[in-house]
Design a protein around this ligand. Structure first.
Ligand code: TNX
Length: 722
């Protein structure tokens, strides 16, 4: 009895309950801090149950200690063991005088415990440079995730991402206890997985440009570029991910988004010849014919091999954004629809159900994008990925489908973070605060619907990646972190997070961890004010502040308030290692002029979107066909324009598609003699600090085709002199 009392006293003294966790992301469910610290010495060992060898070895990559199997007689070690009483992904981490004990409900739980332990160590642990010995405070953590599915989708199609980069990405997801990686392996722009029975799929479909039948997009044209995963590389990645408790769910996006497949095997398309003249010779159809049995034979080959590479029981078979007009023109699809009394949605479900049957033979179940359930006839075996909005996610759950919730307005990390940063904006413009606020209950999911929410996922679609790559090698990390930290928090806890305390964790601890992980994340912009002739800038995250003065591109370090009464425009931003913030500046820095302009071209304009739309600075316009060498677009200003910068672009606003693939830009002061100023890059050109007023700009195409059948024309972007 006395002993027991002593024990209770020890527990009370050692662990004072309720103290805030040590800035761990995601926040553990229960964290009790103790008094004292355990010293990890160079002689400390990592000992483990036989089944946990890979978890122990991975820990040793960060904390360089000897690894050996568990021995009851030895004390003072880091012990990894399974405890079947815990939830599968749950763990208990105890740090006390006797050592460090990580118990997990399975290897996955142990992995999660190891990740928490790493966060309790100095952040240098992540750069494999933590000096030993190191003291780690006594504590007891009891933790388990709310959602079994905490996912991220990586689009390696639009922009090819090398295996080593994918591995680094996986490692960093693992540090955030994300446990699913949905790999988007096929799309209109590429096929990224080797299929041995159909080697052309990746050998041809993995590359674009330079005469490849897969039309180049997003800028590059005359260069062959791309890549794919060999099966061997992919198996290695699968294994690498598995050790890190990440299940890879591969996606082949069908029956739409299949332009690459269709360029490699044109027979997969519907049974009619499109008007190739109107399409300028390019067959841009990207939807598989549903009526051809040979398509299912081909897909069986693909999925048979994929089933062997990917141990996951899930295969994502796509189902988004299907251009059904192609089926309506196909005699065979039409006959099938009439015969079975199906509309386009039902035909899509018919297709998905047939593919589901195929993969079932190989022990797999289908994942689909939310549109695939629209007819109500899709197999209930499917797991639905709700991407369009919350309503679509709720619809899937209420129809009884296990649902991965990933509405674009919260979880599409290809969205821009503020108006003037790179990225799409179709779903929303948001920073890390938005995904952190995602709360299933507040989003209106009823209990019944909630029961079908398997978890949350975020995504990085990569069509805008290429266009930023040259000057912005950190684009992928800038877009995804710290937004992934927020995903990690809400997916683990199953509810929305509170911003202030989360931000404190980031600034106090997690920023330095991310730096050591090699993540060039996005910082918040500094606060800037101008008062009584003094420009002041500050930050609350210990970053260094820099500034530039418009018109003088030198970078200055901000040290103290700047006294100025000159009419100049300053842009402030911050940096910390590879991380940086967007710029803060007066609106004037981005303010545009709209001088009267007339746009003409050697190419006829589109009837629906004539050039007059672009002249009005409100809308974009189109040509009636794609460019050929020698074609030009001419922008003539009514009055010669004085400005600090002028940008002329072809292509969509945020996407270098529908462009002049190559060409040059010329400027004229009088409207008749032109001087060449630059080559086009991604369909556009820039004139910085022109010395004389500009009367006209001409862009000239030097290369035919762009994989589509028109060129998008935008209004000139004219920046005023400061
Ligand atoms: C929608 S998400 C798409 C993708 C794009 C993305 C851009 C989905 C199922 N389809 O094809 O890349 O938007 O944000």
């Amino acid at each position: 009895m006395r002993l027991f009392r002593l024990f209770v006293l020890f527990v009370v003294l050692e662990f004072c309950v309720g103290v805030q966790a040590q800035n761990v992301v995601p926040e553990p469910i229960k964290f009790e801090k103790g008094n004292g610290a355990f010293n990890i010495l160079t002689t400390t060992k990592i000992t483990h149950y036989p089944s946990l060898r890979s978890q122990a070895e991975r820990l040793a990559e960060y904390v360089p200690l000897d690894v050996c199997e568990y021995n009851v007689d030895e004390k003072g070690n880091i012990v990894l063991q399974e405890n079947r009483k815990l939830p599968l992904e749950g763990y208990c981490l105890t740090i006390g005088a006797e050592g460090i004990l990580i118990e997990g409900g399975s290897a996955a739980g142990v992995h999660n415990g190891v990740e928490t332990l790493l966060q309790l160590l100095p952040s240098s642990v992540y750069s494999h440079s933590m000096p030993l010995p190191v003291a780690v405070g006594y504590c007891r953590v009891e933790d388990a995730p709310k959602f079994a599915y905490r996912g991220f989708m990586l689009d390696v199609c639009r922009t090819w991402i090398e295996p080593d980069e994918v591995k680094k990405f996986i490692e960093n997801l693992a540090h955030h206890k994300i446990n699913k990686l949905h790999l988007h392996l096929s799309d209109d722009e590429g096929w990224r997985i080797e299929i041995k029975s159909h080697p052309e799929l990746c050998e041809v479909g993995g590359y674009r440009g330079a005469g490849s039948p897969v039309a180049a997009r997003y800028g590059k044209w005359d260069e062959r570029y791309g890549g794919y995963f060999t099966q061997e590389q992919m198996r290695e990645i699968v294994e690498y991910a598995e050790v890190r408790n990440i299940e890879i769910i591969p996606e082949i996006d069908l029956p739409g988004h299949s332009l690459t497949l269709a360029r490699v095997y044109p027979d997969v398309l519907c049974n009619y010849t499109p008007d190739l003249k109107a399409l300028d010779g390019y067959d841009t159809r990207n939807v598989l014919c549903v009526a051809k049995d040979s398509n299912y034979t081909l897909l069986e080959d693909v999925f048979r091999e994929m089933s062997d590479i990917f141990p996951s029981k899930w295969i994502h078979i796509g189902g988004d954004e299907v251009g059904m007009s192609q089926w309506n023109k196909c005699p065979d699809c039409k006959a099938l629809m009439e015969g079975k009394n199906m509309d386009g949605n039902a035909l899509q479900a018919y297709f998905m159900n047939r593919v589901a049957k195929i993969i079932e033979k190989y022990g797999k179940k289908p994942c689909v994008w939310n549109e695939a359930i629209d007819s109500g006839t899709l197999t209930k075996d499917a797991m639905v990925y709700g991407w369009e909005n919350v309503a679509e996610c709720r619809k899937a759950t209420s129809m009884g489908y296990p649902t991965v919730v990933m509405p674009g307005a919260y979880f599409y990390f290809d969205m821009r973070q503020t108006q003037r940063e790179p990225g799409h904006d179709w779903a929303a413009i948001f920073d890390v605060r938005k995904p952190l606020s995602f709360d299933v209950v507040m989003q209106g999911f009823t209990d019944k619907e909630l029961a079908n929410v398997v978890g949350l996922q975020a995504s990085f679609f990569s069509e805008l990646y290429l266009s930023h790559r040259d000057d912005d090698s950190d684009y992928i990390y800038y877009q995804t972190y710290p937004r992934i930290c927020a995903l990690s928090e809400v997916a683990w806890l199953g509810k929305g997070g509170e911003w202030q305390s989360f931000y404190a964790k980031l600034v106090e601890s997690h920023y330095s961890r991310m730096k050591a992980m090699g993540i060039d994340f996005r910082l918040f912009p500094p606060t800037v004010s101008y008062d009584n002739g003094l420009l002041k800038a500050s930050t609350d995250d210990c970053s260094h502040i820099y500034y530039k003065i418009v018109g003088d591109d030198k970078e200055y370090i901000y040290k103290a308030p700047i006294a100025t009464d000159k009419p100049q425009c300053y842009a402030f931003y911050t940096r910390q290692a590879g991380a940086h913030s967007p710029e803060v500046a007066l609106r004037g820095r981005w303010r545009m002029l709209q001088p009267k302009v007339t746009i003409t071209s050697s190419i006829k304009e589109s009837e629906r979107l004539p050039f007059s739309k672009a002249e009005g600075y409100g809308r974009i316009a189109r040509t009636a066909r794609v460019g050929k060498p020698g074609d030009w677009l001419l922008y003539t200003f009514e009055v010669p324009v004085t400005c600090r910068r002028m940008e002329i672009s072809t292509g969509n606003l945020q996407l270098p598609r529908f462009i002049f693939n190559a060409g040059y830009m010329e400027v004229s002061e009088d409207g008749s003699t032109f001087k060449r100023v630059c080559e086009l890059k991604n369909g556009g050109g820039v004139i910085d600090n022109p010395t004389k007023p500009i009367k006209a700009v001409r862009i000239v195409c030097t290369e035919g085709g762009n994989g589509d059948n028109y060129v998008t024309v935008q209004a000139p972007k004219v920046y005023p002199k400061m």
